[in-house]
Write a protein that binds this ligand. Structure first.
Ligand SMILES: O=Nc1c(NC[C@H](O)[C@H](O)[C@H](O)CO)[nH]c(=O)[nH]c1=O
Length: 166
């Protein structure tokens, strides 16, 4: 059995039947915008309909777990449940320990959220030491040295919802 390369999809997926939530923080907005657009571009390319991509923002990355949970609850209450959610934020190290505490807490909270909400929560939190690192991972640095990680998260969302759906 050929094992595909890191990051490639293992097979074709059709997202036409999926409803995907995206909750994004608003800190480091230029990076966030590129990441969110990258995720949406990939979702659309994999067949997810525009009307089935539900976007919501929160002030910062610390609010991602709660905002993600409440969006899932809201969609369920409206009779339009999500099949998967992508939580997107960008943390950039400053001169204090703030970064470490938020990065660790949010990572653990998003991981644990999956058991509570019973749908995949795709980890879209960039934890960068510099702004340059963030720009590169959003595919917007000068030399375009890396691809837009938002696209990876879009692909992961369709795969996880398709493969492990109800
Ligand atoms: O401090 N840096 C950052 C940040 N702080 C705000 C925090 O997430 C939260 O919104 C507030 O503490 C209010 O609860 N939020 C980010 O997404 N990225 C950062 O780099």
């Amino acid at each position: 059995m050929a094992v595909k390369g890191l990051g490639q999809l293992d097979r074709e997926y059709n997202g036409a039947h999926l409803r995907v939530g995206i909750v994004h923080a608003r800190w480091n907005a230029v990076v966030i915008e590129a990441l969110v657009n990258g995720a949406i571009k990939k979702l659309r390319s994999m067949g997810v309909e525009e009307k089935n991509i539900i976007l919501e923002s929160v002030p910062g990355s610390y609010e991602l777990p709660w905002g993600s949970k409440r969006l899932i609850d809201r969609q369920k209450k409206q009779g339009e449940p999500l099949d998967v959610i992508i939580s997107i934020g960008t943390l950039i190290k400053g001169s204090t320990m703030h970064f470490e505490y938020i990065a660790d807490a949010v990572t653990k909270a998003l991981m644990g959220l999956q058991d509570k909400v019973e749908i995949p929560v795709i980890f879209g939190l960039l934890t960068c030491m510099t702004e340059e690192q963030a720009f590169a991972r959003a595919g917007i640095d000068e030399g375009h040295t890396m691809h837009n990680h938002g696209e990876d998260w879009g692909a992961a969302a369709v795969e996880m919802a398709s493969k492990f759906g109800p």
